[in-house]
Every structure is written in C-alpha cells, then in structure tokens.
Ligand binder design. Structure first.
Ligand SMILES: Cc1cc2nc3c(=O)[nH]c(=O)nc-3n(C[C@H](O)[C@H](O)[C@H](O)COP(=O)(O)OP(=O)(O)OC[C@H]3O[C@@H](n4cnc5c(N)ncnc54)[C@H](O)[C@@H]3O)c2cc1C
Length: 433
C-alpha cells in the first residue's frame, strides 16, 4: 500500500476518516461509492449522539444532501418567515420572507439528530468504529500514515481524512503552528416542547431573533408538522452572549457541557419579559454551553501528500455563516470527485489532493476575506459615530442585512456546478471557460 504511485482503479485505497460529524459521515458516504476504496471511520464518542439542538439546512446543503442520496431522509420545520426584534422591547425591527426557490430547496430548521441519523443510514455497515479517539499520526513516507489511538491501537492508511472538528488533532499534527482562540462568543442551546410556550403567540408564530446589545436569543421550530404530532413538537432556543475575549483569558471553556439555568438566564435579565419566560422553560441540566473558537485561515487544506482536512477542521471560522454542515458535506463530495478524477488520469493521490485544494481553498479564503471586511466596517462605523445607541446600531444592522440573497456564493452554492466548472476549465486551453 501507499507507494505513492498512480491511483489505478484496481488498487485498493485505504482511507481513514477521523470524526463522525457531518464532514466525516459525508466523506464516508461519498468515498464508499468509489470502487476499490476501503474506508474506516474512527469516532472518539462511545455512541454517535449529536448534541446541540437544531441546524439550518438551506439550498447549498440540500444540493449536496441530494448528491449523497440523503435529502429525502432529512425532515424539519419549513422556515417561511423570520422576524427580527429589539430583544429589550420586543419591537419588530426587520424580517425576511420565504426564499424564492423550489419548495424542496427552501430553508428548513431540523433537529441535528435527524441530519445525523440520515447520514449514518447511508454509511455502509462496518465502516464506523466508535470509542476510537485519535491521539497522534505519523508520516510513514511511502508507507502511508500511522494512526495511534488513545486506547493504544494502531492503524495505517494511504489517505487520512481529518474531519475531527474545530479542535482537530489531525490539523495539529500537519500544521503544528496553527492555533485557535476563544472568540468571546458563548452560545447556549436547548430543545423544549412547543406546548410549553404555546401561550406566548410571538414565540410560536415564526422563527425569530431577539437582539440585545451584547448578543441575541434565537428560537425556531425544528419539526415537520406532517411527521411529528403537535404535542411532540420541539422548539430550539439558541442564546448568544459576546464579550471581549481579552477579558476572559485563563478561564476554562466549554463545548456541549451542561450550563445551569441561572448561568444562562443571568445574561438576559434586561430582555423583554417574553424572552425571559422562554429562557426559564428548560429544565435544570438541559442547557448546553458552547464556547466559540476560531483561527486563521490555513494556506493549504492538505499535508504530507496523504492527509486532507474537511469541515470545521479545515476552516476554523466558528459557525460564522450558519452553513458549516453544508461546507463540511461539500468538502467530502469534492474529495470523492477529486480522487475519481486523479484515478481516471492515472495520476497519484497527490494530484487528487491538489485538485481538492484548488477548489476548496479559494472558497474558504473568500469567506475569511468577507468576514475581515465586515469587521472593518463595524470598526469604521463605531469610529464615525461614537455616540451611536443600541437602537441606532440595530437599525443600521437591519438596513445592511441582505439575508441569504446578499451572499449567493454561499447560500446558493451548487457543489455539482462547482465541480463541472472545474472540469470545464481543465479541458479548456489556458484553463479559461
Ligand atoms: C452553536 C452553533 C450553531 C451552529 N448552527 C449551524 C447551522 O444552523 N447550520 C449549519 O450548517 N452549521 C451550523 N453550525 C456549524 C456546524 O455545526 C459545523 O460546521 C459542523 O458540525 C461541522 O462538521 P464537522 O464534521 O466538520 O465537525 P463536528 O460536527 O465538530 O464533528 C467532528 C467529529 O469528530 C469527532 N472527533 C473530534 N476529535 C476526535 C479525535 N481525536 N478522534 C476521533 N474523533 C474525534 C467529534 O467527536 C465529532 O463527532 C453551528 C455550530 C455551532 C457551534
């Protein structure tokens, strides 16, 4: 194995996928459709149990779920409208209506467990190995990569797919100088029965954002009414608070661990009474806390000519666009296309990784650049209007908010078109379409 020779279709490629989130599961599905690929997926958890609450699935995600053959298994709440409110007074300050897309591509909010179980159902039996926490990896040159797990077991592979999330062990090994930092944002998430807030009409009429001066509270249904009876339907709450990260140095950070009711509610005491009531509904122990981390852009998403990073491991942006699952799934699908392409040209694995990097690196670069521009705009606005109030800032934000239509290269991304465009460029002299 791993002689770095051409990727002939007849030679079995041993792939080790690290991580059983959207990136790892999507990659396992896409790669398992290729001939002569032997996949093992290693997940550190004892069982594949999604934590968090809901997840937004928009056009970009539906397209890749379709390509993976999973779309019809993912059901959720059809988001027809979204309301933005001043979280302190409840006043309506903005909103968006239904997206101009065929119904199957319209945004839905789904339980994260639904997405996960739909993906797992398409991974061939025997591929997923649980309770396997990767501890380290070693470049064996022409012999591939040696993976050592915390339980002392060892595995070797021709290709390692690092899909192990924002705190990636794989990334730490191939790019040891890359560091991520706490962004200052803490998010608390929970699912509660819709019936528990049915008496508050403003909470059950629409997906809503209640904005405060240092954060917001978001709530949405997550179930498809055709599938889940009213009494069993759940509402997702995601409450977010932002502080200056410099003020919290040295503190410990949480990821998916329980937070007390008191801790969560203490950040939203000045909010509208309806929101305070909403936040009081979860039972003690139900809230989960997530400290958001982010890091600089990676120059390359591949290393050692046999390791590739997918999903949050490859672009530690900390959920900046609410589309991280789509990016993760797109990565896996493109990786499979790149391997197929290199094989068809009798090129080595290195070529497949180069193709992957050529397509995905510029995409993530564009996201980093966009976020830098937004940050610069906020700083500029603060400088030019130092006396701005919370209300005037919120009004300005709502005016500037273009919704999904403002970022079609993200929210209307069609990964199959991206691949076709790449192929066209390869077959056109000078790479120009
Ligand atoms: C609060 C919040 C809200 C979000 N909302 C949305 C949304 O609405 N829509 C959306 O698309 N995205 C959303 N995201 C982002 C989305 O959740 C991520 O982008 C997505 O889960 C990334 O998938 P992944 O597979 O790359 O990483 P993960 O989902 O983090 O999966 C990584 C997996 O690797 C495993 N792992 C880690 N280390 C090891 C190891 N050493 N050995 C073995 N296994 C390991 C982990 O247990 C985990 O199962 C949100 C994120 C947050 C934090």
């Amino acid at each position: 194995m791993g002689d770095a020779g051409p990727l002939e279709e007849t030679k079995t490629l041993k792939v080790a996928v690290i991580g059983g989130g959207p990136a790892g599961l999507g990659a396992a599905i896409a790669l398992s459709k290729l001939p002569d690929v032997e996949i093992s997926l290693f997940e550190r958890a004892k069982e594949l149990r999604e934590f968090g609450a809901g997840i937004r699935i928009g056009y970009n995600c539906w397209r890749v779920l379709e390509l993976l053959g999973v779309a019809d298994r993912v059901k959720g709440h059809h988001k027809t409208s979204t309301i933005h409110r001043n979280g302190l007074t409840g006043e309506k300050v903005g909103g968006t209506s239904v997206a101009n897309l065929p119904i199957k591509y319209q945004p839905r909010r789904v339980r994260r467990t639904r997405l996960q179980s739909a993906l797992i159902s398409k991974v061939p039996p025997g591929v997923i190995q649980l309770n396997k926490k990767l501890a380290s990896l070693e470049d064996l040159d022409t012999e591939g990569v040696r993976l050592t797990f915390q339980d002392g077991t060892i595995h070797t592979a021709d290709l390692v797919v690092g899909a192990d999330g924002i705190r990636s062990v794989v990334r730490d090994h191939i790019f040891p100088d890359h560091k991520i930092r706490f962004t200052g944002t803490t998010i608390w998430r929970v699912l509660i029965p819709v019936t528990s807030v049915a008496h508050i009409p403003e909470l059950t009429v629409s997906t809503s954002w209640w904005h405060g001066s240092t954060g917001h509270v978001y709530h949405s249904f997550v179930d498809d009414p055709e599938e889940v009876p009213y009494e069993a339907r759940m509402m997702e709450i995601a409450a977010r608070n932002v502080v200056d990260p410099e003020t919290v140095n040295g503190k410990t950070f949480s990821w998916g661990v329980p937070a007390t009711k008191e801790r969560v509610e203490s950040h939203f005491v000045s909010y509208d009474s309806r929101i305070r009531e909403l936040l009081s509904k979860p039972q003690e122990g139900q809230w989960k806390e997530f400290s958001a981390f982010a890091g600089p852009r990676l120059e390359k998403l591949t290393g050692w000519n046999k390791v590739v990073l997918l999903g949050d491991a490859s672009h530690p942006l900390s959920g900046a666009f609410g589309s991280g699952a789509a990016f993760a799934l797109e990565d896996g699908w493109i990786l499979a296309r790149a391997i197929e392409y290199a094989r068809s040209k009798s090129e080595p694995l290195e070529k497949a990784l180069e193709v992957f990097d050529d397509i995905r690196s510029p995409y993530y670069l564009r996201m980093y650049q966009y976020l830098d521009e937004q940050k610069a705009k906020v700083v500029g606005a603060k400088k030019s209007n130092p006396d701005a109030t919370f209300e005037s800032n919120l009004a300005a934000r709502m005016q500037a908010f273009g919704g999904e239509d403002a970022l079609p290269w993200i929210y209307r991304n069609d990964i199959e078109d991206v691949w076709k465009t790449y192929l066209r460029k390869q077959s056109t002299p000078n790479g120009v379409c």
